[in-house]
Design a protein around this ligand. Structure first.
Ligand code: NAD
Ligand code: AHE
Ligand code: ZN
Ligand code: ZN
Length: 374
């Protein structure tokens, strides 16, 4: 097999716009898959890494981790997909064999995590070259490229009846929020929940909580424009933290209006002060706060240990606790059966040539998800 050349949006350095250029993409080695990316979403985490805040951020690299496309070729020993299959890229792979996968306790497969975090394939090398230099991979996906190479355990084949412009969003934001509510927190019927940050992830938590029949879903965002979004997805209340009455702390206000606190709270902002508020807004004795937002290098969370002594639980999850190869096909079925909203998240569409504009849209606050046509 030969290298192929396609366009990719390269992040040469943190804080710089991506540069669209030709990239040489080497053929897949054993247990690797070369994928023609057809659509990619742009997640807040791409912006976070490009901003330089990610301790694992390394450059030059090809970002993007919310992508779907078609298998172009496979290396030796690949049995789970074949050329022509429609696939979703998985930044949380699933090998089924490692200690993590066998534990039944987590979706955090450990098989390739070390090399993935260093921006290389499992054999320690990159498949991308541009301007005579090796370019790093990102989150095992690099979907801001027309062609990318992934480990075979980092792809799942799904029916294309959904369309790759929709299935790409199941590669991160929608699955992350929905999974956090349904599979990680396991929100129960009648629960009171609070969601901090009404982006794609927060709206997906709301969608999951509606499915679990939560009775109060309190959405919280600094942007008043998010109220109508939250209510459209099923939130019962909306709070702008800057408008909390009588100079109360937001956590005190939430405890007041919920007869002692929330059953579940979710941070989808990546702000460590918000994470504390979310924990302290939980009900004494049983409330659980789930951290989803990613915080900048050097940031740490604090609270009084008494908050935990008195029965609140503080935890987090990645990719909603979802095992991609096992569970994503059924989420696609849910979409096809009308039980999972996906189309509603797409506020913008751009061609690859305008991918940088997706980051500007994210900052403006009116964009839930921008789908990029590769
Ligand atoms: P987004 O930018 O679309 O949404 C974030 C929302 O939070 C915005 O509406 C913003 O106005 C709001 N916000 C920011 N600061 C706030 C504050 N102090 N109080 C209240 N609201 C505030 O982002 P997204 O794509 O939905 O991602 C949300 C977070 O989750 C990001 O940190 C992202 O990196 C992270 N993320 C984590 C995972 C995971 O697996 N753990 C997966 C996807 C995204
Ligand atoms: N690299 C960062 C952490 C970034 C992070 O937490 N990533 C999430 C996915 S965000 C998707 O939008 C994740 O999967 N975490 C688990 C993992 O194994 O990376 C840092 O702080 O070093
Ligand atoms: Zn993401
Ligand atoms: Zn594994």
């Amino acid at each position: 097999m030969a290298s192929t050349v396609g366009k990719a949006a390269i992040a040469w350095n943190a804080k710089e716009p991506l540069s669209l250029e030709d990239v040489e993409v080497a053929p897949p080695k054993a247990h690797e898959v070369r994928m023609k990316v057809l659509h990619t979403g742009v997640c807040h985490t791409d912006q976070y890494t490009l901003s330089g805040a990610d301790p694992e951020g390394a450059f030059p690299s090809i970002l993007g981790h919310e992508g779907a496309g078609i298998v172009e070729s496979v290396g030796a020993g690949v049995t789970n997909v074949k050329p022509g299959d429609f696939v979703i890229a998985l930044y949380t792979p699933e090998c089924g064999e490692c200690k993590f996968c066998r534990s039944g306790k987590t979706n955090l497969c450990g098989k390739i995590r070390d090399t993935q975090g260093k921006g290389v394939m499992p054999d320690g090398t990159s498949r991308f070259r541009a301007r005579g230099k090796d370019i790093l991979h990102f989150m095992g996906c690099s979907t801001f490229s027309q062609y990318t190479v992934l480990a075979d355990i980092s792809v799942v084949a799904v029916t294309d009846r959904i369309g790759t412009d929709r299935s790409c969003l199941l590669g991160c934001g929608i699955t992350t929020g929905y999974g956090a509510a349904v599979f990680s927190a396991k929100v129960e019927e009648g629960s009171t929940i609070a969601v901090f940050g009404v982006g794609c992830v927060g709206l997906s938590i709301i969608q999951g909580a509606v499915r679990q029949k939560a009775s109060r879903i309190i959405a919280i965002d600094l942007n008043d424009g998010k109220e109508s979004w939250a209510r459209k997805f099923g939130a019962t209340e909306f709070i702008n933290p800057t408008k909390v009455p009588r100079n109360k702390l937001l956590q005190e206000h939430l405890v007041d209006i919920t007869d002692g606190g929330c059953d579940y709270t979710f941070d989808c902002t990546g702000n460590v002060t918000v994470m504390r508020t979310a924990l302290e807004a939980c009900h004494k004795g049983w409330g659980e706060s789930i951290v989803i937002g990613v915080a900048a290098a050097g940031q740490e969370i604090t609270t009084r240990p008494f908050q935990l002594v008195t029965g609140r639980t503080w935890r987090g999850c990645a990719f909603g606790g979802v095992k991609g190869r096992t569970q994503l096909p059924s989420l696609v079925d849910d979409y096809l059966n009308g039980q999972l909203k996906v189309d509603e998240f797409i506020t913008h569409r751009l061609p690859i040539e305008r991918l940088n504009e997706a980051f500007a849209l994210m900052k403006e606050g009116g964009c839930i998800r921008c789908v990029v046509d590769m």
